[in-house]
Design a protein around this ligand. Sequence first.
Ligand code: HAM
Length: 416
Amino acid sequence: MSVIQAPRGTFDVLPADAARRAVLQSHAERILGAAGYRRIETPTFEPTELFARGVGEATDIVQKEMYTFDDGGGRSLTLRPEGTAPVCRAYLEHGMHKLPQPVKFWYLSSFFRAEAPQRGRYRQFWQVGAEAIGSAEPEADAELIILLAELLDAMAVKEPRLRISSLGTPATRAAYREELTAFLRAHKDGLSPEVVARIDLNPLRAFDADDPRTRETMAGAPLLLERLAADDVEHFAQVRELLDDQELAYEVDPTLVRGIDYYTRTLFEFTSDALGAQSAVGGGGRYDELMQQLSGPPTPASGWAAGIERILLAAPEPPVARLAVDLFVARAVPEAGRAAFALAAEARRAGLSAQLELAGRSLKGQLKQADRLGARYVAIVGDTALISLKDMESGDQRELETQTVIPAILRGSRLV
Ligand code: HAM
């Protein structure tokens, strides 16, 4: 029988990676918490319909990337491919529209998409996300963008680049969609077969194409940004003004498209040139119609999500942090096991970090292990009432009564 491996596109978070993730999480907690965002966690799976209605039937996510299964009772469930639709579902389910608005959430969870795995693209990946539900103000959009910029800055993400655009309202978009569809039909010869095949399903995706001929054709295509209604133009101008005031650099990219259908008005994405093909570190936008799409009352909202793996790939590797060990408890003879165990437990209760010999090493091997761990003190428990305490910094060693060992460490260490 062969050794079992993790499924393709998944990975283990090993302790060294976990430490970097913990740093990211604490930055998110601090930055988002200070702006009034509170943590939310939703279930790992949801009714499939939530994503079909929320994310959009025509999107790649819903068409080919969802892990969908029958729960055995004829209900179709799906491992969440994203977090916005679930947060909106929770907002509606718990009647949060009755709370003072907006209600601000943040989350850090894993998500699932059956994509072709490559560097920075996984089938189970993690996102940190923020959603401000119940505000139509441009300030909400600008606040969210600035918070993500701050998080990327705190993680020292290399070469971050921000692109923004506006999608206007669904009505503007519907009219524009017709105009664009007509343009694409009239220029079929200059488009790749994949784009032609998707003209009716999702004409906007034509701007996304990598094919050089398609790109050339699309350079002459009408732009949604030029067709926005006056109040959408004004909203977008206000978002930009707030970003300008904060001196946050961005590029207005009228062809910015994202793979999710719920967006209205503000749209944005941060990329890092330090990443390869999968350069999107995080993005989001306004989704004023999503709540109605989910049978809720009209509720304007805005948010973003950023890929944890991509942030870490685009951030410098920090020096490997050593786990602080105040005390290593060694035993000189096997019979000292219980006394050694008790001493380690007492040390932890006193607030020290303490490790116990657990691998049956010789005394010499135990001292070596204490050294490897960088332990500040080693207590050697023998078969007498006295314990030998060694200061690993100075090399001094003293014989002490059992009950005076922990006080001696506390007095001598930087903890007091
Ligand atoms: P998204 O652009 O689909 O947006 O995903 C956000 C981020 O998650 C991406 O920029 C990327 O960093 C990361 N990501 C996505 N797919 C993968 C993958 N297969 N492997 C690794 N990382 C990945 C959303 O999910 C929206 N819910 C964002 C949002 C929140 N919009 C409004 N509120």
